[in-house]
Design a protein around this ligand. Structure first.
Ligand SMILES: *Cc1c(COP(=O)(O)O)cnc(C)c1O
Length: 405
């Protein structure tokens, strides 16, 4: 059985294709392996599916850090309503898109004085993560003679069940603790305060826990909005929609998420915050399944009963697939041999990278067609937190090319 993510890509002449181009031909076009290939159409289709599922009036923002490739950002900018950035580098790329600064937000802990000054000069919304950051932004605004646009990121008084990565609830480096928000709001001064942002967890595959998180977020914000001068103009509900990585993962029920949000909009949000721009902010869900990491088999060897396919890539480009990106238990990402996509998967092999560490494991006990040197082994679910979330300098191999097809 192949994973749904594998079947989402096309096939041409018995070979896996990205954007209609067979991967072996794409490898020739790129001129080197390994490389990342992102399928433009799959991104568009995914964004369209999200838009169809979400109720009217919800703005969809793309979290750039999931995949900041400039060509992808350019494509994305025709599809979503805004961008969320987390560094001055991402800010620069976001400002190169057709989005105006009113459609760009800047979140993340530890924004430096320089980054905050850039954000204020650009006129983007700064999502304040602490009282210190608030004071800094005020000073920067006063010095520059500008009125900074801000929102407050809140660390909620609840945690989201089922998140692969928890970013809210309990003690956190993210946002201001909910109970401290009123005192922080008292220091807003002349800042152009728009509203709140709650992002409590990433990689969640449960529509119910996402719905519960959104419901509790709205409840929390309703209480906090009593302390806000004027009506709420911005409410960022976060996102955290997950994608299936391992074979046992069940894809998120997007329609259920959308249905819950529709109810919440009608009953919880619109009656109380009629003027708020309501935002759902997604990274992984929009791009994760649209990308593959393509490597070439360099060696095939047997060692005491185990067959190893040694490929020219590894964890230095695709750390998450090796299980070393915060996962408690390592599980295989979907893997296929691009040039043998329709051949039976009749042997069990370990796919390892070219780095001198046993951690460099891309697939353990994977069922694949018989493959050897020259064949192209692809790791799926590589469109988000792939290249830029990996230690590319480790062992000093050249950086891989990225293409959007
Ligand atoms: C990283 C991040 C996201 C995107 O998270 P995904 O799980 O990739 O969707 C959204 N909002 C903020 C503030 C983030 O830091």
């Amino acid at each position: 059985m192949t994973a749904p993510s594998v079947d989402a890509f096309g096939r041409v002449g018995g070979r896996l294709a990205v954007g209609g181009v067979p991967v072996d031909r794409l490898a020739d076009r790129v001129g080197s392996t390994p490389f990342f290939a992102y399928d433009r159409e799959l991104v568009s289709t995914r964004v369209a599916a999200v838009r169809t599922a979400l109720p009217e009036g919800i703005h969809l923002s793309y979290a750039v850090k999931a995949n900041p490739m400039p060509a992808l950002l350019a494509h994305m900018s025709g599809l979503v309503d805004g961008l969320d950035v987390a560094s001055s580098g991402e800010l620069r790329h976001a400002l190169d898109t057709p989005f105006g600064p009113d459609r760009i937000s800047f979140a993340g802990p530890g924004k430096t004085e320089a980054e905050l000054a850039q954000a204020v000069a650009a006129g983007v919304m700064v999502e304040l993560e602490s009282a210190t950051e608030l004071r800094r932004v005020r000073e920067i605004g006063e010095r520059a003679g500008l009125r900074p646009v801000v929102a407050l990121r809140v660390n909620p008084d609840f945690a989201v069940r089922g998140s692969g990565m928890r970013l809210g609830g309990g003690p956190q480096q993210f946002g201001v603790d909910a109970e401290r928000v009123p005192s922080v709001l008292a220091e807003l001064g002349d800042l152009d305060f728009r509203g709140f942002h709650v992002f409590a967890g990433s990689q969640n595959l449960s529509a119910e826990s996402l719905a519960e998180a959104q419901r509790r977020t709205v409840e929390l914000v309703r209480g906090l909005s009593d302390h806000v001068p004027g009506p709420l103009r911005y409410l960022n509900l976060g996102g955290g929609f997950g994608i299936p990585y391992a074979a046992r993962d069940t894809p998120l029920d997007l329609d259920a998420v959308g249905g819950n949000l529709a109810t919440l909009m009608e009953d919880g949000i619109r009656p109380h915050h009629p003027d708020a721009r309501v935002v759902v902010e997604l990274g992984r869900y929009l791009v994760g399944e649209a990308g593959i990491y393509v490597t070439r088999v360099v060696d095939r060897k047997e060692s005491r009963g185990t067959t190893f396919l040694v490929v020219d890539g590894g964890l230095h480009h695709q750390l998450a697939a090796s299980g070393n990106f915060g996962q408690a238990i390592r599980r295989n990402y979907p893997i296929a041999v691009a040039d043998r996509i329709e051949e039976p998967r009749d042997e069990t092999v370990d796919v390892v990278g070219c780095l001198c560490t046993p951690l460099d494991l891309l697939g353990k006990g994977v069922e694949l067609p018989h493959a050897g040197p020259g064949d192209l082994v692809c790791v799926f679910q590589a469109g988000a937190y792939g290249l830029t979330a990996s230690p590319t300098a480790f062992l000093g191999h050249p950086a891989p090319v990225e293409v959007l097809v």
